[in-house]
Design a protein around this ligand. Structure first.
Ligand code: HEM
Length: 427
């Protein structure tokens, strides 16, 4: 059993949280280079923490040893969202997942199809007609927000604009409390952002409880009739589902998809429009290179190992999706956008990704996300063409709270029934 590279540092003074939050990807790359390995330790959130940046260690953490590496019930998520499946362990988590999964699969998911199509059409038509949207990510986030509030809460922007706006504002306020806390590692509960967030949470909970009591239709109706552990469970999960997190993650993937296909190669866009399997490979490559969330966190319940390194009990463990997805052991030319890898060497290796987690605690919204993404991407591919304008721009990414370009890229859209981007296919 090998000793972990790096140092867990002394409490408080040895903490590297700020360095990590400033530039998580640069931070990990620097450590990988320094230690010449993809598993190392340092101190974050004032806890000795193992960083997992290899596919092998990620699979052990999230799959084979998922009973040893547990969710942290004292995680900030619990403060902000209450007791939800996200921070629960053992049998309780298993049963909750079993119940909730029925809402995101099968006939429940099917019944969302028409709404997903109509929201995508309305938003993306406006986007493509606007020609040059000032911020693509913000436009996609509005689409994601309408999707989430309409689907999960039966609140539709065009039917109840005031209530819709109020909820959007409360979700933003709630979210700002969540992200203000990690920076104030020492006194998270004292920051003013945090107390504003708790006020927003209370008001959101009132709206949610009212919906659960009075709406029998749709997702809220189905959630209300699920067997859940206690009376507050349905409302706490709804708070989680309508949080700003999900629209941000959806917008992140849609932005990365648009950028990945924004070169002057019209033939790639045409191929993706006509060949669903090629679109699937493009989307796999998008989530590999630009996973919306930086990763996830666990706590070691007992002494164990990851990729042969000793991990003591009570150590934190963080998997970093960006680095796992660029592990050269598994992905040749890891920094290149190569959709073909998913029909070549990496065919059938989707289980080496962790954009949606992995193993028994992976995301329960992947099917819904897949349906939504395919609908949105297909609409764009079939109805418009787009390109970076000017063609050379700074496309550097930032990674927190979700991955997206650090500076909004300038993109030109044209309807396919009008002239092409520059009128010709130069590929
Ligand atoms: C682009 C969209 C999404 C991304 C990138 C995403 C990503 C993730 C990731 C990485 C995890 C695992 C976290 C960990 O290992 O600690 C996760 C878990 C989870 N996701 Fe998603 N998610 C997305 C959409 C959704 C949607 C639409 C829902 C449902 C409304 C959802 C509900 C959940 C839940 C409840 C968990 C916790 C599962 C558990 O702890 O057992 N997600 N998601």
């Amino acid at each position: 059993m090998a000793k972990l590279a790096g140092s867990a540092g002394v409490p408080v003074l040895g903490d590297k949280s700020l360095d990590f939050y400033r530039d998580p990807v640069g931070f990990c790359q620097q450590k990988i280079d320094k230690h010449r390995g993809r598993v190392f330790q340092c101190r974050v959130l004032n806890r000795a923490t193992v960083f997992v940046c290899s596919v092998r260690a990620m699979r052990e953490l999230l799959c084979e040893k998922s009973n040893t590496f547990q969710k942290d019930p004292t995680d900030l998520m619990t403060n902000m969202y209450g007791d939800t499946v996200v921070t629960t362990n053992g049998e309780e988590a298993y049963l909750l997942r079993l119940s909730l999964t029925t809402l995101f699969t099968g006939s429940c998911l099917k019944s969302s199809n028409d709404y997903i199509t109509s929201v995508c059409e309305r938003h993306l038509k406006d986007l493509s007609l606007s020609g040059r949207p000032p911020c693509l990510y913000s436009a996609f986030k509005r689409l994601g927000t309408e999707l989430v509030l309409g689907l999960f809460l039966n609140v539709r922007a065009e039917e109840q604009p005031q209530l819709f706006q109020e909820i959007v504002q409360l979700c933003t306020q709630h979210w700002h409390g969540l992200i203000s806390a990690p920076v104030n590692v020492k006194v998270p509960l004292w920051s003013s952002g945090f107390s504003n967030a708790l006020d927003a949470r209370d008001r959101l909970m009132d709206i949610i409880k009212d919906k659960l009591k009075n709406d029998t239709q749709g997702f809220v109706g189905s959630l209300g009739s699920l067997p859940l552990p206690d009376s507050s469970s349905a409302s706490q999960h709804l708070l989680l589902f309508i949080s700003a997190l999900i629209p941000k993650a959806l917008a992140s993937l849609l932005t990365s998809f648009t950028l990945a296909l924004s070169g002057n190669e019209q033939k790639h866009r045409r191929r993706a429009a006509e060949d669903p399997d090629y679109l699937r490979r493009v989307l796999l490559e998008v989530q590999r290179l630009w996973p919306p969330f930086i990763g996830g966190r666990r706590i070691a319940d007992e002494d164990s190992t990851l990729a042969g390194f000793h991990v003591p009990k009570d150590y934190g463990v963080i998997y970093i999706s960006h680095s796992v997805h660029r592990d050269p052991e598994v992905f040749e030319q890891p920094d290149h956008f190569l959709p073909e890898r998913w029909s070549g060497r990496n065919a059938g290796q989707e289980h080496f990704l962790c954009s949606f987690g992995n193993g028994p605690r992976s995301c329960i919204g992947t099917k819904l996300t897949d349906v939504f993404l395919k609908e949105a991407c297909m609409y764009l591919l079939k109805n418009c063409d787009w390109c970076l304008d000017p063609p050379s721009q700074d496309l550097e990414y930032k990674w927190l709270p979700v991955s997206r370009p650090a500076h909004p890229p300038a993109i030109s859209f044209t309807r396919l029934d009008a002239a092409g981007c520059d009128g010709s296919d130069t590929s």
